[in-house]
Every structure is written in C-alpha cells, then in structure tokens.
Design a protein. Sequence first.
Length: 187
Amino acid sequence: MARNDFMKLLNNLDMAAASIALSGPTVAAEKIVTDLQERGPGWTGKFSNSWQIEGPQGQIAKGDGEAGQARPVKLPGLLFTGPQAARVILRTIGAKDKVVFRVSNFSPYADEARDLVPYNPEKPTTDNIKPIVERGRRAPGARRGDLQGSGGNRVTAPLDWYSSYVGGGFMDKVIQITMDGIMRSLK
C-alpha cells in the first residue's frame, strides 16, 4: 500500500471513529423528539411537527410545523474529523449545562403547549389527532392542562407533561440507554 493510500485510510478511520462517537447523541436527540411528540398535546399536529434539533456545528433538522400526524425529525448523517469530535466532546465534559445537541420547539405557542405559561386558547377545534385524556373546566389564566371539575375544556396531554419528561429523568434515561446501546455495538 502506498503511503498516500495509507494516509487516506487513516483519515477515513479517524473520521469514522469520530462520527461514531457522536452518533449516540444524534440518535438520542432524535428519540427525545419522538418521545416529546408522543407525550405532548396534539390537536392539529402543528405543535408536534415544530420540534427541531440543533447539532454541534450549527446544523439544524426541524419539522415543517404543519398539521397532521407527528413526523420524525432526523439529522442528516454527520461526519466529523477526530479533532472536530474531540472539540465537541471536550466542550461538554464535566459541564452539565453544556450539550452537544439542543432540542427546541419553534411553535408560536410552544410555551403554552408545554404548560410553562398561562394558556390563551384560540377558537375551539374538534379535529384533535390524539385522544382526549381529560375533560373539565379551565379557569381564566390557567395553564393548558390545568382542568378541574366538569366542563367543556379538553386536553390531549396531562398537565406538566413536558416538565415531568425533562425533570423526571425520562430524557436522561433515553440518553443513557442510547449511549449504552451504541457502546455495546462498538465492542
């Protein structure tokens, strides 16, 4: 094998190893979006289709924000050189607030749908794409999932579904299971 061919092989192996090191977080981010789509509210599907993933080099994969059943959000195959992967990994080691991938929702009512702010409903619709999980009365200024007693208000996701997912360890578990699976496949 000529020296140039050997160097090309080393560079290709370097890129493959680096890309594998970051494939776990890529798969985890995509799985987290799928979980959020499944757990979150779904009337028209616009909220479910407004999730996006931002990668470590600024790449963005996002839903179309259109109505309908939730569609997967997938990052294109990411290829990193060894030094690029090392920079990404070193930026995140030991820093709990630093992440490789950022998952967010660009819907204009994302905070309302995640029960983070009071809910200001638009014109009622009956074309929910997910089953109704609760009916009741929502007091003025209450959050989306905050229903009490009997009434005509309906929700397709329980109150605080998002905070429970993120703060309750579900997201961390997805990351751990995904990374463990990637590491087992490398052995």
